[in-house]
Design a protein around this ligand. Structure first.
Ligand code: ZN
Length: 295
C-alpha cells in the first residue's frame, strides 16, 4: 500500500500521522519541538518506522509555522527563512525528508487548519470559508471551492492596521514593525503585556476591547473575501463570552452594508469544531491531493 505522511509543525509540538491513500489515519504521534537538529531527524525516523509497518510513503502533506518557503518552484521551498524561532532559520523539510523521494505539499499552519475544518469540521459544506487564529500570533487562511488561496505567499491578517481609540485603549501595542496593528494589540503576548494576565481572569470590558479589534479584522475579511462562514480559533478566542462579543461587534462594524451579515451571526462566526486536530486533518488532505496528482 502507498501511504501519506502528514505533519503539523507547531512552535511547541509536531503532530505526525501516517495515513492510507484515502486519508484514513493508520498511526499518529506527537513530538516536542526542540532544536531542528533533534526534531527533524526524530520526525524522519518515525516516518521510516511507520512506513516499514504500513507501506511506502507516496507523498507528504505539511502544515507548518513560518515564515517558510511555500513556492515549490523557488529555491528555499520548504525551508524556514526569517522565523524568529531560535535555530530554525535554514532548517528544511525538503532536506529532512529527502530520503523518502516523495513530493511535499506544504501550506502554513492556518491554511492547513482551514482545509481541515472545511473537510471535517465547522466549515463543512461551505463554498467559501475563512479561518483566523488569535493566539501567540494571528493569521488567517481563506478557502474557496476546497482550495486555499494565497498571493505571492500566505496572507498576513495579523498585521492589519486597526482603529484604536487612545482614550479607551492607551496601550501602544507590541508589534516590532507596526506597534498597534491587530497582532500588536490582540495577540496573547499583547494581552499579557497590557494587563499582566491572560483573558482567563479578564473583565467584560477587557473582553469587549479585544473583541472589538477582532471584529475589525472580521469585517475586513467579509469585505475582501465575502466568505459564507468564518471560524475564529486560538487561545484568545477561548475566553468566555469572546465569540458572542466578536459576532455583535462585527455586525455593528459592517452596519448593515452586507445583507447576509446583518443578523445575529451565530452560524456565520463560529469556533473551530476539530480543536487541535484541524491542522493534521488538513495536512493529510494536502498529502492525499499530492498523491492523487503524482504519476
Ligand atoms: Zn504588525
Amino acid at each position: 500500500m502507498t501511504t501519506i505522511g502528514a505533519i503539523e509543525a507547531g512552535g511547541t509540538k509536531f503532530v505526525l500521522a501516517l495515513a492510507a491513500g484515502d486519508g484514513a489515519v493508520l498511526e499518529h504521534a506527537r513530538i516536542p519541538t526542540r532544536a531542528p537538529g533533534d526534531t527533524l531527524p526524530e520526525m524522519a525516523a518515525w516516518f521510516e518506522a511507520a512506513a516499514a509497518r504500513h507501506g511506502r510513503i507516496g507523498a507528504f502533506g505539511i502544515g507548518s509555522f513560518g515564515p517558510i518557503g511555500l513556492d515549490p518552484a523557488a529555491a528555499g521551498f520548504a525551508t524556514f527563512s526569517t522565523t524568529p524561532k531560535p535555530g530554525w532559520r535554514g532548517a528544511s523539510f525538503a532536506e529532512a525528508l529527502a530520503r523518502f523521494q516523495a513530493p511535499l505539499a506544504l501550506e502554513t499552519d492556518v491554511n492547513a487548519a482551514v482545509l481541515g475544518e472545511w473537510l471535517a469540521g465547522a466549515g463543512r459544506g461551505c463554498g467559501s470559508l475563512a479561518y483566523t487564529t488569535i493566539g501567540t500570533g494571528i493569521g488567517s487562511g481563506v478557502l474557496k471551492n476546497g482550495k486555499v488561496l494565497s498571493g505571492w505567499s500566505h496572507y498576513e491578517s495579523g498585521h492589519l492596521l486597526v482603529r484604536r481609540d487612545p482614550a479607551l485603549d492607551p496601550f501602544a501595542g507590541v508589534c516590532p514593525f507596526h506597534g498597534d496593528c491587530l497582532e500588536g494589540l490582540t495577540s496573547g503576548p499583547a494581552i499579557a503585556a497590557r494587563w499582566g494576565h491572560d483573558l482567563s481572569s479578564a473583565s467584560p470590558d477587557q473582553i469587549a476591547l479585544i473583541a472589538g479589534y477582532a471584529a475589525q479584522a472580521a469585517a475586513a475579511l467579509v469585505l475582501l473575501h465575502r466568505p459564507e462562514r468564518m471560524i475564529f480559533g486560538g487561545g484568545v478566542m477561548k475566553a468566555p463570552g469572546m465569540i458572542e462579543e466578536v459576532r455583535a461587534r462585527t455586525r455593528a462594524a459592517l452596519a448593515g452594508y452586507i445583507a447576509e451579515w446583518d443578523e445575529d451571526l451565530s452560524s456565520r462566526i463560529v469556533l473551530p469544531a476539530l480543536g487541535d486536530d484541524a491542522g493534521i486533518t488538513g495536512a493529510i488532505e494536502l498529502g492525499r491531493r499530492a498523491l492523487e496528482t503524482t504519476p
